[in-house]
Write a protein that binds this ligand. Sequence first.
Ligand SMILES: [Ca+2]
Ligand SMILES: [Ca+2]
Ligand SMILES: [Ca+2]
Length: 229
Amino acid sequence: MLGSFDSVEGLDIDKTVVLDYTQNVADITLDAVATTCGIASTTGDDTHTGSGAVDVVVTDAGNDTVNNIGSAGDIVYGQDGDDKVEIVDNLFKRIDGGDGIDTLLLSTSIDLTGLDGLVNMERINMTNAAPDTLQLDIGDLVSFVGDNALEYMLPGGSEKMIIDGDATDTVILNGQDLSDISGGTLGDAGITSDYMDVKIDGENYIKFVHAGLDLELYVHSDLVDDTPM
Ligand SMILES: [Ca+2]
Ligand SMILES: [Ca+2]
Ligand SMILES: [Ca+2]
């Protein structure tokens, strides 16, 4: 192989084996891992449901849904299409949305700080019947949104992520509850906002910016104290 590259994506062999990778500063190791899909993946819209044991799902093209992911060792490659991956825990090895605008669905409270197995995901959706808490660190988000597919629907070249949820849900960003910002510490983390509504698909979002990371985070206004001063 000529040239250089910064990372290796999973290589789909024949829909039954994926070459997953383990990478550090010195080595990249490729491991052939058998997929465990309960149904065959097609180029159409498929639905897979994880087992709670180690699940390895490669969805092929289409707008696919993968449920019940998150237990230790789980691997999901969403590939082309706008995919949805429901997580029930943060112990997964890798969730790679691939191309398209891919959504992480939370069905419980999740701490995503410090995870390095989440990539090419553009949206997080906490909407469900329960009040959930999502913990994030702004420094992790750039690696979460690797393919930056939202640049096709939102202006500017910055990396972007959208978070949706119900008013009963809580987003903790760098230790700060976004529903109670008054006197908070977002500025200490380099995060700024004008707290003005931004319309996306008819819904109101508050845009948070980290200039140093060239990152924009759009959080649904139901989740944000938009009069923090
Ligand atoms: Ca598919
Ligand atoms: Ca995808
Ligand atoms: Ca994507």
